[in-house]
Design a binder for this molecule. Structure first.
Ligand code: NAD
Length: 250
């Protein structure tokens, strides 16, 4: 039975991914800032038949100490980690000059440094075993620019290129590295937008809707598995076609 470590696991894409991976026979280590919600979800999952298969550890992906504690926790209570899913991420609106230094540092720390830190602590074991899969939740906002979210574009752009660089470096150890790039996705992060804006996003997709967290989870599940052996260094858009348009008038 394989084990996946999923960050940002108590909400949205991370929660759907946790549920799908458990359903498909993985053990899952959930990691999130939110201790109360994490403990509650773990208890619910235990009660629905996943006792012994689901673990929760409160953690902050941007903190080296916290990720070192997480690594030590998995060594003691879980064992081998086969798949790392760096999903925790925060959004940062605003034109670049409006973004506070604190917020710039925060978005870079969570969205980018978080990936560095799980790599620092967990990848040496994968290198030793000559096997492993690393997946990141990047974004369509890492592949293209957006109005009014330059810091987020910069952070997710870094994640997009990290998958390529890590795939190059770690291929020789049998480790694959891939990203999913969701378009707007109906999670608590996105639902904070006003209803009219959500409608506008839906209308901008050729299929008239935005993607669901379950659909992103399915893409992550594919990339984690042996069916995706030939995929490494890719950025897979999961977008319902959102963002395909050049912007030319119809
Ligand atoms: P969400 O806000 O619903 O969930 C994010 C989770 O990450 C939360 O549970 C939060 O507590 C946790 N988290 C935040 N900071 C953390 C930290 N420092 N350490 C550990 N956990 C932390 O968001 P979501 O929409 O499910 O987003 C998941 C990922 O998908 C993010 O990386 C986001 O950037 C990306 N994404 C989302 C969308 C979208 O439209 N929702 C689109 C593209 C990409």
């Amino acid at each position: 039975m394989k084990t996946a470590l999923i960050t940002g696991a108590t909400s949205g894409i991370g929660l759907s991914t946790t549920q799908l991976f458990l359903k498909r026979g993985y053990r899952v280590v959930m990691v999130d800032l939110d201790d109360v919600l994490g403990q509650m979800i773990k208890k619910e999952l235990d009660e629905t038949g996943y006792e012994g298969k689901v673990f929760f550890k409160q953690g902050d992906v941007s903190s080296s100490k916290s990720m070192e504690d997480l690594y030590n926790y998995t060594k003691t209570f879980v064992g081998q980690i086969d798949v790392i899913i760096n999903n925790a991420g925060i959004f940062c609106p605003g034109e670049l000059h409006e973004v506070s230094e604190e917020m710039w540092d925060r978005v870079m720390s969570v969205d980018v440094k978080g990936i560095y830190l799980t790599t620092k602590y967990f990848v040496p074991d994968m290198i030793q075993r000559r096997a492993g899969v690393i997946l990141n939740t990047a974004s369509i906002s890492g592949l293209q620019g957006d109005y009014n979210m330059a810091a987020y574009n910069a952070a997710k752009g870094a994640v997009v290129n990290l998958a390529r660089a890590m795939a190059l470096d770690y291929g020789k150890y049998g480790i694959r590295v891939n990203n999913v790039c969701p378009g707007p996705c109906m999670t608590p992060m996105f639902e904070r937008n006003p209803d009219e804006l959500v409608r506008e996003f839906e209308q901008a997709s050729p299929v008239g809707r935005i993607c669901t967290p379950e659909e992103v989870a399915q893409a992550l599940y594919f990339l984690a598995g042996d069916e995706a052996q030939a995929c490494t260094g890719i950025n897979l858009p999961v977008t319902t076609g959102f963002g395909l348009h050049t912007g030319q008038p119809i």
